[in-house]
Design a protein around this ligand. Structure first.
Ligand SMILES: O=P(O)(O)O[C@@H]1C[C@H](O)[C@@H](CO)O1
Ligand code: HPA
Length: 277
């Protein structure tokens, strides 16, 4: 806290190719992850690896320009470490963004999905960031996850999308996290589709679990960067550069949505910074 005057109320985690969200912050203080104790390094293209503090539409924000993924070899504890740092800094609301492939039939690359719920596949088999002794300072041993994605913010985002004239791009749905780094086989894609998953990616769920555990309000969006191939007749194939390219093409819309949401969200200021950080 001695390194910046900013006391953030809102934290944003930028997904693949969505790091430009940090560029919207005014009066920036920025820190490469290598200078922050306890932060791992970003190793994925499209994740710059900087923590940026600044002001946006009257709110103080902190933005992770690059996130950590389980497939990079980090423990889930490490990948979600920043969420607890945000909590201690006084953050009240976490905005998570990601790039994801779509399973839902009506979704197109470039569409935006407001996350209504998630399936945490690694979590279902015991790879949960809350595994191990529970720190009661942050939250309970057995936190409920039935209401992770704040309904009020989801409604507000839909209203904003309408006003921005981008409702046609918007959906609401279920995100599933898989471990990666492999993209899905066709059999896996069909399985996910049958299970009711709308979009699949390789992140986000552990961050949201940690945030919900410590009482942060969460809003999440997936930028649909590709359709997940579900047919053996389909010759399409997904790759990371294509994912980043869709991020670039939709950067402005995602930026506008998130900026307006931050501008219009109410902050209660009931999470005071912990001066020991
Ligand atoms: O950090 P996110 O979840 O946005 O990154 C997605 C999942 C993989 O890391 C990568 C695949 O292109 O993009
Ligand atoms: O199709 C996908 N699958 C998993 N993760 C992804 N991230 C972007 N697209 C995808």
């Amino acid at each position: 806290m001695s390194q910046t005057k900013h006391r953030p109320q809102v934290a944003i985690i930028c997904g693949s190719g969505l790091g430009m969200l940090a560029d919207t912050l005014k009066c920036q203080d920025s820190f490469p992850y290598c200078d922050i104790p306890g932060f791992p390094q970003s190793t994925v293209k499209g994740h710059a690896g900087r923590l940026v503090f600044g002001e946006l539409k009257g709110k103080t924000c902190v933005c992770m320009q690059g996130r950590f993924h389980m497939y990079e070899g980090h423990s889930l504890c490490k990948t979600t470490f920043p969420v607890r740092v945000f909590k201690l800094l006084g953050v009240e609301t976490l905005i998570v963004t990601n790039a994801a492939g779509s399973l839902a039939d009506g979704f197109q690359p470039g569409d935006i999905m407001i996350i209504k719920d998630h399936v945490n596949f690694p979590g279902l088999v015991g790879l949960n960031p809350l595994t191990g002794p529970n720190d009661e300072k942050f939250g309970p041993r057995f936190p409920a996850m039935s209401d992770c994605y704040d309904k009020g913010l989801r409604c507000l985002a839909k209203e904003i999308a309408k006003q921005l004239g981008v409702s046609g791009l918007m959906h609401e749905g279920v995100y599933a996290m898989v471990g990666g780094p492999t993209f899905e086989t066709i059999a896996e894609a069909r399985l996910l589709h049958q299970l009711g998953v709308d979009a699949v990616g390789m992140s986000t769920a552990p961050e949201v679990v940690m945030a919900t555990h410590c009482g942060l309000r969460v809003f999440g969006i997936s930028l649909i960067t590709n359709k997940v191939v579900k047919s053996y007749e389909d010759s399409d194939s997904v790759n990371h550069d294509g994912v980043l390219e869709v991020g670039r093409l939709r950067s402005q819309t995602v930026q506008q949505l998130v900026t307006e949401l931050i501008s219009r969200m109410e902050i209660n200021n009931n999470n005071t910074p912990n001066n020991a950080v």
